[in-house]
Write a protein that binds this ligand. Structure first.
Ligand SMILES: [Zn+2]
Length: 227
């Protein structure tokens, strides 16, 4: 979806939308489910449209909050893309959603922002994967990077730099040598001279690594890979 479309749709539908049957019902029940699970209340300061107060009710665990936020935000992203698609190619024999009907659920088109102190490890990993993709500019995410793409090494360094503040579960994301995506510490082996080595590459690296003072991999994992 283009930024232009996102902007145009930011306050509601401008004209009737021809969508597949059941779309309005599906949207309404999704919004109601999120409100029930997280306890969001609707606020209204006229003449502005109604919107969610994103205060989460007491008793919701971090896991639940992160899971629902992830699910909801993906849903919002998908729905905006669908709206753009249906405006371009109206669905024949579907249903019509009017701007007035859309106002009744539009509060639910907001993204849920989870504060970092409530992030689970999975949620942290997803956010960093998105940011990494944005910095490398091979992302279709709705965030643009206002500079030329960073190199693998630069993007990795940024992720590592911020991990001190954000990696609360100590999952140690890194980009293994020869790859262009993040992996958690469970999926790579660490050598102080070689860097992060993907698990499937350790055996090969052990055979080839001739670093002075010996490769940490040989010391730490050599017994697991004896021929
Ligand atoms: Zn090494």
């Amino acid at each position: 979806m283009s930024y232009q479309m996102f902007f145009e749709l930011s306050l509601g539908l401008k004209k009737n939308l021809h969508a597949p049957r059941g779309t309005l019902k599906g949207i309404t029940s999704h919004v109601a489910e999120v409100e029930a699970a997280l306890g969001f209340k609707t606020e209204r300061c006229k003449p502005n449209p109604a919107r969610w107060n994103l205060r989460v009710k007491d008793g919701v665990s971090d896991e639940t909050l992160c899971e629902i936020a992830e699910m909801h935000n993906n849903w919002v992203r998908g729905l905006y893309a669908d709206f753009a698609k249906w405006y371009k190619n109206p669905v024949a024999d579907g249903e019509v959603i009017t701007p007035a009907q859309a106002q009744k659920f539009w509060r639910g088109m907001a993204r849920i922002i989870v504060p970092p102190q409530r992030w689970t490890g999975d949620y942290y990993q997803c956010r960093m994967e998105e940011l990494y993709a944005v910095m490398r500019e091979h992302s279709t995410a709705d965030t643009a990077f206002g500079a030329p793409p960073l190199t693998v090494r630069q993007a990795r360094e940024v992720i590592i730099l911020f991990s001190e503040f954000l990696d609360r579960e100590d999952i140690r994301l890194d980009v293994p040598v020869g790859y262009d995506h993040l992996r958690p510490g469970d999926d790579y082996c660490w050598c102080s001279k070689c860097g992060a080595i993907a698990e499937e590459d350790v055996a090969g690296r052990l055979r080839r690594c001739r670093k002075r003072g010996g490769c940490d991999l040989r010391e730490n994992y050599g017994d697991d890979y004896k021929d």
